[in-house]
Design a protein around this ligand. Structure first.
Ligand SMILES: Nc1nc2c(c(=O)[nH]1)N[C@H]1C(S)=C(S)[C@@H](COP(=O)(O)OP(=O)(O)OC[C@H]3O[C@@H](n4cnc5c(=O)[nH]c(N)nc54)[C@H](O)[C@@H]3O)O[C@H]1N2
Ligand SMILES: Nc1nc2c(c(=O)[nH]1)N[C@H]1C(S)=C(S)[C@@H](COP(=O)(O)OP(=O)(O)OC[C@H]3O[C@@H](n4cnc5c(=O)[nH]c(N)nc54)[C@H](O)[C@@H]3O)O[C@H]1N2
Ligand SMILES: [Mo]
Length: 666
């Protein structure tokens, strides 16, 4: 049976290399291989079972147009020609009557590589003069912090974690969200390293850790600032490193000065002794590495919190040794050519923050959004303020196209649906944001049904709208060549030799040894002026918990090991319960398995409850990426999530959701 090598582009730091077994044109087995050393021959259960997604009865196999009411999900099959014809005439009409900005492309594309997003799609919407989208649903605050402090310098490679004497896992849950880091952590521990975890839940790694700090969601900032304050005050700060390699040092010291361990303990509800222990472990260990994740960014203090955590290795002098420093996102290390290479012009049309889609669909008048083109996204399931998004999608004067692989919650509201290929059916280029790997993705099977790739469909729309120009890279091969052939042709040479490319930094850079912030002074900037101006009250200013007497519980929604965001959600049939701490449940007379009502000012959901001692008291949990079917056909956790924005980066505040829970009558 032919085994074909490819790679996984799904939204995960690990960027696994895959072996796919194909029998009579069908995928029968998917496994990891060794092309990317971090994959090391094993992959997650989700991707091993990806054939269930490929051949799902819910796969969209041909274009269709709406027959029933919006949301009803009744469609009539049409040809590609008819579907594209309708889209073209509606785009022309909206542009003529309301102007190009009444058109909004909506995409996030965490699970898309470099060809299936930001190529012909961008070209189409830019040349149409459509509204632009701020892609902020994920990683906006951490990116702002990592860029502001270090110019998004390359991070510690996962294999180098084995050299660390202390590993701090902060707001990240690799056991679900990037499993290939875990063996390196275990190996480091086998060699004697200590592990500390900062997470409101006792995750699998927290249960293994010598130290687990469980702050209230959104209270990482005081914890990190109190450690910074102590490092300076106790003479443990590395003044030599700071003098040579950092700016903004005194300013940061000043902002941290008020934060004693006791004060941080009051805000975070972590015992002062536990914070102090983390501080002294950190000061005393070398190499020490911080794996910073995304759980700590999804709240009103998220950007400042990430900045304070990322400032720790500079203040404590943890750089310059193998296995010391931090890892945030490594997506920035690849020198691939951006929009210019694929001939997207830079327009100056209005920008819409994707996190505010619901509000903007309902309220925007300058002009109103009349045409919404959703692709690479299941926005109704994944965006904050779900009921506003739903109200927007229900507008009769909105024309919605949903281009997807399966019949998502969002697709049910479309006027036209288009069938999309998966990464096993189209060409792409994918870079890891944890593991250092750049993959050339080649199709291993023919598309199911009439599915087509994004690059092809948006290219065709350009032609039908007379927006194509001579010399535009069109085919997958032309697009790949354009993306890789720019200033750093090394990527391309490496791709040519094997599946895996390496960035110009090499596979295992030492921070402030081999790599420095790619800024003119090559220094860390611990208080960047732009971030300071953006954050309400300035960078590192703490904003208190939004809980109220009516809505006292913090409802967080981290990733689960069953889905990637909402992708693969249709394969999960059962209802998904809300997890409550036993003490919070007891106080409300709720028992395991009871039906409960969860509500706040945004909305209400009815769902069953499960008691979970792994949560800290005051915190409830529902995984992200749920579909309506997992909540009795009703709204999901995002119906309760506010559309407030983070302090920097204008990101989503998924974990600033505060709710009340009560027993519901069955
Ligand atoms: N299996 C699987 N893997 C995934 C994904 C998936 O959906 N499923 N999603 C992918 C995507 S899109 C992303 S962005 C990454 C995200 O990967 P992670 O960074 O791991 O993100 P989360 O699961 O959102 O949150 C991580 C942890 O933060 C904790 N947390 C919540 N609030 C706070 C807080 O205020 N402070 C602290 N310190 N911790 C907090 C949560 O309890 C959780 O254990 O994972 C990627 N990998
Ligand atoms: N409550 C809560 N919600 C969250 C989060 C949270 O922490 N809590 N986290 C957020 C995070 S971190 C993220 S990244 C977002 C992700 O949210 P989304 O960007 O909506 O990601 P997915 O849910 O994976 O949906 C991607 C969709 O694109 C489709 N697709 C994949 N590839 C292609 C392609 O090549 N072409 C086309 N046309 N379609 C394709 C898939 O079938 C899938 O339906 O969710 C966010 N939502
Ligand atoms: Mo994400």
């Amino acid at each position: 049976m032919p085994v074909r090598a490819t790679a996984c582009p799904l939204d995960c730091p690990d960027a696994c290399s895959l072996d796919v077994t194909v029998e009579e044109g069908r995928v029968v087995k998917i496994d990891g291989n060794h092309a990317n050393p971090v994959t090391a021959g094993f992959i997650c259960a989700k991707v091993r079972g990806f054939a269930r997604h490929l051949y799902s009865p819910e796969r969209i196999l041909h274009p269709a147009v709406r027959e029933g009411a919006k949301g009803e999900g009744r469609f009539r099959r049409v040809s590609w020609d008819e579907a594209l014809g309708r889209i073209v005439s509606k785009l022309k009409e909206v542009r003529r009557v309301e102007g190009g900005e009444a058109i909004l492309p909506f995409y996030y594309g965490g699970s898309n590589g470099l060809v299936s997003q930001g190529t012909t799609d961008g070209r189409l919407f830019h040349r149409l003069g459509a509204s632009r989208l701020a892609r902020t649903v994920c990683a906006a605050p951490t990116t702002a912090a990592a860029t502001g402090l270090y110019g998004k310098m390359a991070g510690v490679a996962f294999p180098d974690y084995v050299h660390a004497r202390l590993i701090v896992v902060w707001g990240v849950n690799p056991s679900a969200t990037g499993i290939h880091l875990v063996p390196y952590i275990r190996e480091a521990m086998r060699r004697g390293a200590k592990l500390a975890v900062v997470d409101p839940r006792r995750t699998k790694l927290a249960a293994l850790a010598g130290l687990h700090l469980a702050p209230r969601p959104g209270a990482d900032l005081p914890v990190a600032l109190s450690i910074i304050n102590w490092l300076f005050a106790s003479g443990r700060a590395d003044m030599k490193f700071l003098a040579g390699h950092a700016t903004g040092v005194e300013a940061l010291r000043g902002r941290a000065a008020a934060w004693t361990f006791e004060k941080a303990a009051r805000e975070s509800d972590v015992p002062a002794e536990a914070i102090e222990r983390l501080a002294s472990w950190y000061a005393g260990a070398s190499p020490a590495v911080i794996r910073c994740g995304w759980g700590l960014e999804r709240n009103r203090n998220g950007g400042s919190a990430a900045a304070a955590v990322l400032a720790l290795p500079a203040v404590a002098g943890k750089f310059g040794v193998r296995g010391g420093g931090y890892t945030m996102s490594n997506s920035g290390v690849w020198k691939v050519d951006g929009p210019a290479a694929v001939r997207q012009e830079a327009p100056s049309t209005r920008v819409i923050n994707m996190n505010l889609l619901g509000r903007d669909l309902i309220e925007r008048r300058d002009p109103p959004i009349r045409f919404l083109f959703v692709y690479n996204s299941n926005v109704l399931a994944t965006n904050p303020a779900q009921e506003k998004v739903r109200r927007g999608l229900l507008r009769e004067d909105l024309f919605t196209v949903v281009f997807d692989q399966v019949m998502t919650d969002t697709a049910r509201y479309a006027d036209v649906i288009l069938p999309a290929t998966t990464f096993l059916e189209h060409e792409d280029l994918s870079r890891g944001y944890g593991a250092y790997a750049l993959h050339d993705i080649r199709p291993v099977i023919q598309p199911e049904g009439e599915a087509r790739s994004n690059a092809r469909v948006f290219g065709e729309l350009c032609r039908r709208l007379d927006l194509a120009r001579l010399g535009d890279p069109e085919t997958d091969a032309e697009l790949k060549a354009a993306l890789l052939g720019g200033p750093d042709a090394r990527n391309r040479d490496q791709l040519g030799r094997g599946e895996v490319g390496t960035p110009e930094t090499g596979l295992s850079p030492i921070q402030f040894g081999d790599v420095f912030p790619p800024t003119p002074d090559r220094k860390a900037n611990l208080l960047p002026a732009a971030l300071d101006a953006e954050a309400p009250g300035g960078l590192y200013a703490y904003r208190p918990d939004p809980a109220t007497a009516n809505h006292p519980l913090a409802l967080i929604s981290p990733a689960s090991d069953k889905t990637i965001s909402s992708t693969l959600g249709h394969l999960r049939r059962e209802e998904v319960p809300i997890e409550l701490h036993p003490s919070d449940a007891a106080a409300r007379g709720i028992e395991d398995g009871d039906l409960v009502r969860v509500w706040n000012d945004q909305g209400a959901i009815v769902i069953s409850a499960r008691l979970a001692g792994s949560l800290r008291p005051g915190v409830a949990m529902l995984p992200k990426g749920l579909w309506s079917r997992h909540a009795r056909g009703g709204p999901t956790v995002n119906a309760l999530v506010p559309d407030t924005l983070t302090d920097i980066g204008a990101g989503a505040c998924f974990n600033d959701c505060r709710v009340q829970v009560e027993r519901a009558s069955a």
